[in-house]
Design a protein around this ligand. Structure first.
Ligand SMILES: [Zn+2]
Length: 415
């Protein structure tokens, strides 16, 4: 099989074993993810015997180079429930096709090349992200092994790890099996989950950073339900006006930050009055809302939060309402390696491959490796119809364009 045929064969085979109409199901430490793991290891075995499976069930298949230091190409095996076939899987397949190329052409690259298949990245199975990559680097909090329950089976993470044939006890002791200190670079090829590359018809996205976030999922604003006809302006305590003002203010703030070249996205994804009490003829006494703020800069996140709180205080005064933000959840941003970004930009230009330099809005395993001190990079591949749904679609042609860059850069010892 040539590289194109082999790429198709890998995507089709994994689709078949994890097929669940519509789309695929590769459940974390469940049948779909386990079968995908077994199949890809069987394939990796064709090109190398150096395959290590760690206590959390991640695999690392290494094709030997002249040096022990390795370039690790990888991504996650799991998918969303009835998700698409390309999210995650694409990065692992690109790694496999790469070691196939070196094996069949009998080339010994400078660095060893490893393919990594990572467990449990999606937070829909267990309410937690990056389970596998955190286990791989020995950073998984042991309390979570029993406290995290899978959304469908209600069984614990440790139960599922053990049932899949791995070792939750060793995970709890933070024991690792991979030679992390020899990880020279971590590179994660991944479909783009937003519309930018597809709209611009560009095959490759070179990712500058993975956005971190802060979120208030259960915020609300309390005012007073007052007669719409009988209550004059000065006596209103209207929570709809208050939260609308906040949305507007934050939108203006966002635009101003973009003008200063800051990376930022702000979303109020939910906004609703109380079904039971709201009415056509009353100003509203309650608005529930949520806010999701993301940036690849910690400073920008902090600055935005400060501003959010300052604006809330002002609006509370102006509208005589009270805001309650509730519990905050957040994740750390991760910067991709500047030197790697530059090299990929220069190399792509050299071979006339069109690319876009961009931030990643969604979280990815590469953030765990980057925050662990391993120079990391993500490569986005043009993809249609977004992600986390059965319609996500990456063409093999676009896969091959990005593969051409990755293969060339390693083969020519450009990094
Ligand atoms: Zn993914």
């Amino acid at each position: 099989m040539n590289d194109t045929q082999y790429t198709k064969y890998l995507f089709d085979s994994v689709k078949k074993i994890s097929f669940a109409n519509p789309g695929v199901i590769r459940d974390t430490y469940g049948k779909g993810e386990n079968l995908t793991h077994d199949f890809l290891i069987k394939e990796a075995n064709k090109f190398t015997k150096d395959i290590i499976i760690d206590y959390g069930g991640n695999f690392l298949a290494t094709y030997p180079g002249k040096l022990k230091k390795k370039i690790v190409i990888g991504s996650h095996l799991d998918s969303q429930k009835h998700g698409g076939n390309f999210d995650g899987l694409t990065g692992v397949i690109m790694g496999l096709v790469l070691i196939k190329f070196f094996f069949e052409n009998n080339i010994r690259p400078k660095y060893s090349i490893s393919v990594m298949g990572i467990r449990g990245e999606e937070s829909c199975w267990f309410p937690y992200s990056y389970i596998g990559s955190k286990i791989a680097v020995g950073k998984f909090d042991k309390k979570l092994l029993d406290s995290l329950k899978r959304s469908d089976t209600k069984k614990s993470l440790s139960y599922h790890i053990n049932k899949s044939g791995f070792n939750a006890k060793k995970v709890s002791k933070k024991q690792i099996k991979f030679d992390i200190k020899n990880f020279k670079f971590f590179i994660e090829p991944h479909i783009e989950q937003g519309p930018v590359l597809e709209k611009k018809k560009i095959p490759l996205g070179i990712v500058t950073g993975i956005r971190g976030s802060f979120r208030f999922r259960d915020a609300f604003c309390k005012g007073e339900y007052l007669h719409s006809g009988a209550t004059p302006y000065d006596y209103r305590k209207d929570s709809v006006v208050a939260v609308s003002n906040l949305v507007n203010e934050m939108n203006i703030f966002w635009k101003a930050q973009l003008k200063k070249n800051k990376d930022l996205v702000i979303t109020f994804g939910q906004f609703f009055t109380d079904n039971e009490e709201h009415s056509f003829a009353k100003s509203s006494g309650l608005v529930n809302f949520c806010i999701d703020v993301r940036s690849n800069s910690k400073n920008t996140l902090e600055y935005t939060k400060k501003n959010l709180i300052k604006k809330i205080k002002l609006i509370e005064k102006q509208t005589k309402t009270k805001f309650f933000l509730g519990k905050e959840t957040n994740s750390e941003p991760a910067l991709m390696d500047k030197k790697l970004i530059k090299k990929f930009q220069i190399y792509s230009k050299m071979i006339s491959m069109k690319f876009e330099t961009m931030a990643s809005g969604a979280g990815h395993d590469a953030s765990v490796f980057a925050n662990h001190g391993i120079p990391s990079l993500m490569l986005f591949i043009r993809n249609k119809n977004g992600s986390h749904n059965p319609k996500e679609y990456m063409s093999i042609k676009n896969f091959e364009k990005v593969f051409k860059v990755l293969k060339g850069i390693i083969k020519d010892n450009y990094i």
